[in-house]
Write a protein that binds this ligand. Structure first.
Ligand code: 1GP
Length: 258
């Protein structure tokens, strides 16, 4: 899950279950898939309970299955288009669902508290094992400006000139055996992750590199892709459109740039 795309950057849509009903989340996810997104992350807000996360994962999975079935009835349609993983992006051990396909099993590497370095993981691991969720071992690194996740996660933020530090974090992630590193500027950040940090991270390790936070326009997508992101996550823009046609146009303009 989340392999490097052979040089081509892919897009991931983040759905925060707290921001809409499960039905609307499913509609938004389908629009994102139509536009070419490669995976759906479900999570974000720190206080969302497992019941809402589970209902949202279930609604998205059902919608994807229905679309896949509908495509199978049309010779010109592609079933494979709807074969998209739903992956938990948990704010903690309280936000789980067995109806996801996998989970970003994250260490918030630059957190100053044990809670996000190891304690939430200890709480979540037995559930994950029982549910049989595929884990994606991920070094999660919060960069300036950091937003809510920086504050809640008590992150020692990575600043744009901290290139040696971000390289050391990436090397550490790789030495731990993590498959993936996620450079995060914070949801709704006023500016995305600094491009030098992305370039440095990319050249410091062989892990899959995810970048997200504050990416809103095609130019920012392109710049992050050229700097070396394997996957770019957007979340907030998906929440801004109640009109699905407008959402489609906005996401198409972003994803088609890749
Ligand atoms: C947040 O990186 C994601 O965890 C997406 O950020 O909501 O700013 O797109 P946005």
């Amino acid at each position: 899950m989340l392999p490097k795309g052979g040089g081509r950057t892919k897009h991931i849509t983040l759905i925060d279950p707290d921001k809409q009903s499960p039905e609307v989340a499913a509609q938004r996810a389908l629009v994102a898939v139509e536009c070419g997104t490669s995976a759906i992350f479900v999570g974000g807000s720190t206080d969302t309970g497992s019941n809402i996360v589970d209902a949202t994962c279930g609604a998205i999975q059902e919608a994807l299955e229905l679309s896949m079935f509908a495509a199978s009835q049309h010779p010109d349609a592609s079933e494979e288009q709807w074969n998209i993983p739903v992956i938990l992006f948990p704010g903690g051990a309280h936000a789980m669902s067995a109806r996801a396909d996998g989970i970003l099993f994250m260490m918030l590497m630059n957190s100053k508290t044990r809670k996000f370095l190891i304690e939430e993981q200890l709480q979540g691991a037995p559930y994950i094992a029982k549910a049989g969720l595929q884990t994606i071992p991920t070094g999660y690194i919060v960069c300036a400006p950091g937003g809510a996740v920086g504050e809640v996660g008590q992150a020692d933020l990575i600043n744009p000139n901290d290139t040696e530090l971000v390289a050391a974090y990436c090397q550490t992630a790789e030495m731990y055996g993590f498959s993936t590193v996620y450079l995060e500027a914070g949801s709704g950040a006023s500016s995305p992750v600094d491009l030098e940090l992305i370039k440095t991270a990319k050249s410091a390790m062989d892990c899959t590199l995810i970048v997200g936070g504050g990416i809103r326009v095609p130019e920012q997508m392109l710049a992050a892709a050229e700097a070396g992101a394997d996957y770019i996550v957007t979340g907030t823009i998906t929440e801004e459109f109640d009109d699905l046609q407008l959402l489609k146009e906005r996401l198409q303009s972003l994803i088609s740039i890749l």
